[in-house]
Design a protein around this ligand. Structure first.
Ligand SMILES: *Cc1c(COP(=O)(O)O)cnc(C)c1O
Length: 409
């Protein structure tokens, strides 16, 4: 008799985005003359830049001739691309070896899969609120107990609340945990960890033989020079951290798909030798993954050319100008808003202590703007609201104007 993986039944219903869609549809049905202005999605909208498009074309052309055709490549990714990544990090003062990089099809798959190289009895710690895959992948693997609807938490997970008191970056755990997921710049809060904050986590991890899984998907959105773009900029991180990143938000590769994980050889856990975790991740990828698309890797190589980097930086600047427009619009109304300085997300404190979902209804009703209720990312997100800077400029301006003219405060 076959059985399903019972842990899937523990997952709290994927409630957030379906519920946003349901309420949006209901609103349009009762107000057929209105048009929604969307500041809700975390998806890129602007076209891929010319030199990267050229790279992608090159990738396609190579497949058309027997002299340049390639089939399966290295599971870890093309050596040339890993070398380009090495150089990209080296330019920031981070020295890594080529075989510490593993090219993949994105940061979300890597974030979900990485837990598989760790034992089931590891205690997982997550930021609250958080991007959902860190928790859900551990629920599915059986590292948690049941979901408790009242608290919005899974039994067995250590939640690290992120709120205005701690600048939306958590203190180190006051209990012993083993796998610590950190996302900086953060989705959904837009907060960025300082060097000191990361140093405290690295210190905790080394003392407790814990591992930090560091999602740096928005690293290129950091403009303040003092803020670290990679956890490996901080002393000791190679002993205790894995970094995950992708071209989704830097170069508009959300639909194209290319990411990477860095598993340093120095990394060790209880009872393992240096290099073993690197080998385990290699084994995992070779077993389950046949490498990223050769066309896409050609496009990624173009991203890491001087021209490609310059163009991608412009793409980021475009979204960050959107973020500025949203932030200044909200602040002009006297609203309290966090993030949006070094991340494409703004984290709005709902006015008058409204619940996240009540504010969703008020905002759509009065201004036709759709955002994302903070409570959907975890219980500590209650009373907050995420606005995304991903969008065409005209749409962003229209949404902000509508909030400024129509929101009743
Ligand atoms: C968008 C996003 C990613 C990117 O995932 P890809 O699979 O590379 O598209 C990863 N982590 C966070 C927190 C994100 O918001």
């Amino acid at each position: 008799m076959a059985h399903i993986n019972e842990h899937y039944r523990k997952l709290s219903a994927g409630y957030l985005f379906p519920e946003i869609a349901r309420r949006s549809q209901a609103f349009l049905k009762s107000h057929p003359d209105r048009k929604l202005l969307k500041l809700g999605i975390g998806n890129t909208t602007e076209p891929i830049t010319p030199s990267v498009i050229e790279g992608l074309h090159r990738g396609v052309e190579k497949l058309a001739s027997p002299a340049t055709y390639t089939g399966y490549g290295d599971e870890q990714g093309q050596e040339e691309l890993r070398k380009a990544l090495c150089d990209f990090y080296a330019a920031r003062g981070v020295k890594l070896a080529i075989d510490e990089f593993f090219i993949s099809d994105g940061a979300k798959p890597d974030s979900g899969n990485i837990q598989s190289i760790f034992g089931l009895d590891n205690i997982v710690a997550v930021q609250d609120p958080a991007y959902p895959v860190y928790v859900d992948s551990n629920v599915i693997s059986g590292r948690t107990g049941a979901y408790d609807k009242a608290s919005g938490r899974y039994e067995g997970i250590y939640y690290m609340p992120c709120n205005s008191e701690n600048g939306f970056f958590p203190e180190v755990p006051d209990a012993k945990v083993d796998l610590i997921y950190l996302c900086s710049p953060n989705n959904p809060t837009g907060a960025v960890a300082t060097r000191e904050q990361l140093a405290a986590f690295i210190d905790y991890a080394i003392k407790n033989k814990a591992i930090i899984i560091y999602d740096a998907s928005y690293a290129e959105y950091i403009s303040e020079a003092a803020l670290p773009k990679s956890i490996f900029e901080i002393e000791g991180a190679k002993k205790c951290a894995i970094e995950i990143n992708s071209l989704s938000k830097f170069s508009g590769f959300t639909g194209v798909r290319l990411g990477w994980s860095i598993v340093p050889k120095e990394l060790t856990v209880e009872g393992s030798e240096a290099g073993e975790l690197n080998s385990l991740w290699n084994r995992r990828q070779c077993t389950f993954f046949n490498g990223a698309s050769n066309i896409v890797q050609e496009g990624a190589l173009a991203v890491f050319s001087p021209k490609g980097i310059e163009e991608s930086n412009k793409l980021v600047a475009y979204y960050m100008e959107n973020a500025r427009i949203i932030r200044e619009g909200l602040q002009s109304l006297g609203l309290t808003v966090f993030g949006g300085d070094n991340a494409p997300y703004l984290w709005l404190q709902t006015p008058g202590g409204m619940s996240s979902w009540d504010f969703f209804d008020k905002l759509i009703e009065e201004t036709n703007v759709v955002g994302t209720p903070g409570s959907g990312f975890g219980p500590a997100g209650e009373g907050y609201f995420r606005l995304s800077a991903f969008g065409h400029r005209d749409d962003i301006i229209r949404a902000v104007e509508s909030i400024k003219s129509n929101l009743k405060l």
